[in-house]
Design a protein around this ligand. Structure first.
Ligand SMILES: [Fe+2]
Length: 174
């Protein structure tokens, strides 16, 4: 039996029912990795027949998490940002994302990169409430995302004054 959207929903509900602890978010990511192994799911929601944009695959009425399929309109290079009071989990469906975690050193105002890694198809990871991250992906990248709530309406912090690639090259050498 392939692992399908209904299985992902059930596993996310099970994981998150007692709160979005780090263990719960780890279980959400494990479920994302499972569904990204299902080629029919990837084809259906991220394949060439899909239109550009974000589609909502599911919204949980009780726990309020959202499952989205993202087909970006071109390459994306984001500044470091958080999602305010929400966590966000990213799963790579097609191609790759260069993901970077950031933090603001004590006494400073701008974030510096801590770690950068390449997400390959089938991989997933999360950023907890307030954790800064940036994404750098080619136009062919497609990703699954699960968020605590509708993050579009939240006052997310974006550090537009940071040059993402330059800062990563300076501090992490790549
Ligand atoms: Fe984000």
């Amino acid at each position: 039996m392939p692992y399908e959207l209904k299985n992902l929903v059930a596993d996310c509900r099970q994981a998150l029912q007692n709160g979005a602890t780090k263990t719960a978010l780890g279980e959400v990511c494990a479920a994302m990795r499972k569904i990204l192994q299902n080629p029919d799911f990837v084809e259906q929601h991220f394949g060439p027949a899909r239109e550009i944009g974000r589609s909502t695959l599911y919204h949980d009425p009780a726990l309020d998490f959202h499952i989205y399929a993202h087909i970006p309109d071109g390459a994306i290079l984001s500044p470091p940002h958080d999602h305010a009071s929400a966590w966000a989990a990213y799963g790579q469906a097609i191609d790759h994302t260069q993901m970077t975690g950031w933090a603001i050193p004590g006494g400073e105002t701008l974030p510096k990169p801590l770690i950068t890694y390449r997400m390959a198809p089938g991989s997933a990871g999360y950023y907890d409430v307030g954790e800064l991250h940036s994404i750098d992906m080619p136009a062919s990248s497609r990703f699954l995302r699960i968020t605590a709530t509708d993050i579009d309406v939240l006052p997310c912090r974006y550090f537009h004054e940071v040059d993402t690639r330059k800062s990563i090259a300076k501090y992490l050498g790549g």
